[in-house]
Write a protein that binds this ligand. Sequence first.
Ligand SMILES: Cc1cc2nc3c(=O)[nH]c(=O)nc-3n(C[C@H](O)[C@H](O)[C@H](O)COP(=O)(O)OP(=O)(O)OC[C@H]3O[C@@H](n4cnc5c(N)ncnc54)[C@H](O)[C@@H]3O)c2cc1C
Length: 510
Amino acid sequence: MAKITRRNFFKLGAVGAGMLALGNNVNASAIDSKKVKYDEEYDVVIIGSGYAALSAGITAAKKGDKVLLVEKMGRIGGNSVINGGLLAVVNSPKQKVEGVQDSIDLYMEDSMKAGRYINHPDLLKVIGKRGNDALKLVEECGAKFYDKLSHLGGHSVPRTYLAANGSGSGIVLPMFDYIEKLPNVTVKRRTKFDDFILEGDRVIGITAREKYKFDSKLKDDDFENKSGTKKYFKAKKGVILASGGFSCDTFYRTQQDPKIPADADSTNQPGATAGVLLKAFELGAVPVHVSWIQFGPWACPDEKGFGAASNFNINASFRYGISVNAKTGKRYMNELADRRTRATAMFKLVNDNKNYPINICDQVAVDKIIPDIAEKALKAGVVKKYNSIDELAAAYGIPVAELKQTIGKYNDYVKAGQDPDFGKPVDKTDGVLIAKAPFYGTKGVPKLHHTMGGLKINTKAQVISSYTKAPIPGLYAAGEITGGTHGASRLGSCSIPDCLVFGMVAGENI
Ligand SMILES: Cc1cc2nc3c(=O)[nH]c(=O)nc-3n(C[C@H](O)[C@H](O)[C@H](O)COP(=O)(O)OP(=O)(O)OC[C@H]3O[C@@H](n4cnc5c(N)ncnc54)[C@H](O)[C@@H]3O)c2cc1C
């Protein structure tokens, strides 16, 4: 920290303290509270307006805290409001109704396996234990869910709730309506966090710019954009960072993983940049797993971003259908494997001269999902309908005899309840075959989706310092800006519970 007390000197060791003394200060730009005249005073200041921020804000406000949320963009909700609305909850009421046997241990094992066993188990356990509290919170705000559970790739059992409108907006907007009505909460849009204000070692406020205008044409908005008017906000109890991931930060993501091309398409909103993360690192926060960046395997090259095809593939093609190599007509992966496994398998095809794999399912599969999802994807022209397998094969140039053979083999596996080729859990796909016309086809490509890494927090959502190895006083974080829960690769529907649970934990503990 900036102040080198005798105690800190010994904790830092001579090298660390020497670095500070040399001016290579870990919080070189943080502002001393003594030099500040505050414009407004709050108990808690929260950066962001997605799941993590709203959950933290509602929880802190319910305790009686005076809360400020600042959001740099014109619209609230970040990635949360455009997301798929899929939320995994262990031992949930719907699992009881559907007779699904689940446990926190099984959820943790599924997540650890997908995360290549580098997940932080203490954090994962909190999500497993508090998922039902998070569900209760959003239902209290008015969120509604589809009546059937989804079974997503990498999960041993169905445990995923889906927002009734098939989108994160079905959860975020009711949360936002709820928080806006609370008398002790202020939300400021177009207000960008710039820096921390410190009282000794404690985070006691922030500087932010009001009337800020994000500019997606800039190469690096966080550092080049000077718009807005500077304000000083006091946060008597502390600051909660809930500013999301950095999938759209082309410079920073490439430094973490040079394999990612600068023009790689992402499913994220353009404001998903690394600025807040870097400010917290400056303050000494421990970086965790920052170079683990995930690609979503269900996206489509015929549209930008997450689009309409992703939800269709997640809910219909991958669970109830197959994905084939367009050149051979053969399957090449377990369609319900974790995301990293699937993205790796798909990139092998795509990198062969843009040989996009084709995802296929039939009418029975489509009848099992929310009609809105299929309608949107068909209207966007990214999922197409065919009267026969011959027609579908001709449209994508797939060798038809091979494709028919592949489908026949897959149907036999579903009937037998076992997939000896790729180990897809076909015993959990409700016996759905690829048999009833019309048939549905989509081109597939993995897109940059989630930044696994971020700030190290403890089970109380306090940000941990690399220097003192203890919590940075007054600093909390939740959601995609944190790292550790998902390890190397997260499972689908596991970010929403992460954000909601740790938002709640931060709001409780601050
Ligand atoms: C298309 C899509 C679909 C997804 N579907 C699912 C799903 O179905 N299930 C699931 O579990 N996960 C899903 N995810 C992942 C999940 O949506 C995100 O991980 C989650 O929304 C992150 O929430 P958050 O609250 O941490 O951040 P966000 O919701 O991204 O909110 C962070 C906010 O902070 C703001 N901000 C950033 N910097 C500043 C600053 N300096 N000052 C002020 N504000 C700032 C941002 O503009 C943003 O609005 C999906 C993601 C995407 C992109």
